[in-house]
Design a protein around this ligand. Sequence first.
Ligand code: 5GP
Length: 192
Amino acid sequence: MELLKERIRKDGKVKDGNVLKVDSFLNHQIDVKLLEEIGKEFKRLFGNEEVTKVLTIEASGIGIAVETARAFGVPVVFAKKSKTKNIAGEVYTSKVMSYTHGREYDIIVSKDFLGPEDRVLIVDDFLANGAALEGLIQLIKDAGATLCGCGIVIEKGFQPGGEELRKRGINIQSLAIVDSMDPATGEICFRD
Ligand code: 5GP
C-alpha cells in the first residue's frame, strides 16, 4: 500500500532493537483517514472470505480493527491483556511473549463473543516473531471458529514470524513489508 509506505518513510522512526516507531500516525496519535484506507484495503484483500468477526489485541490493534470491521460491516472483538485469571471458564485464554516489552502475558476473550459459527479475520499493527498472531490463532482454535486470514499493517520481513506462519498455510497479507531498517541512518527499505 503505497500511501502507507510513504507515511512510514516520512514519519517512521527506527529505534535500536529492531523497533520501528510509528507513534505519530498509528500507535499513539492516530491518522483516522489513513486508518480508514487501511480498513478498505483489508476489505479488498479478504472480501471473499465471508468474515463474521474481526479479532485483534488491545490496545494498538483496536483502531485498525474498527476501521476494518466497518468496511466488512461486522463486529470487532479485541483480546484483553489479563492480569488476573479469575474469570477462567468463561474465557478462552492463551499466552503471548511481548516483542516490545520482553515479557509474557495472558490474553483472554469471553466465550460469549467467539464461537464455532464465526469466520474470523485477525488484524494487528506489526508482525515480528509472530507471537501475537500465534496467541490469537490459539483463541480461534479453542473457540472452534474458522481463521480466514491475518491482515497486518507493517510486517518486519527480516524477522521470522511471517515466513513461519505462511509455511503453515495461513493467509497473511501485509500492507507494508520492511526488509531492512537502519537505526544509524533512519533508512527503511521495503519489499516491492
Ligand atoms: P510479534 O508478536 O509478531 O513478535 O510482535 C508483534 C507485536 O509486537 C505487535 O502487536 C506490536 O504491538 C509489537 N511490535 C513488534 N515489533 C514492533 C515494532 O517494530 N514497532 C512497534 N511499534 N511495535 C512492534
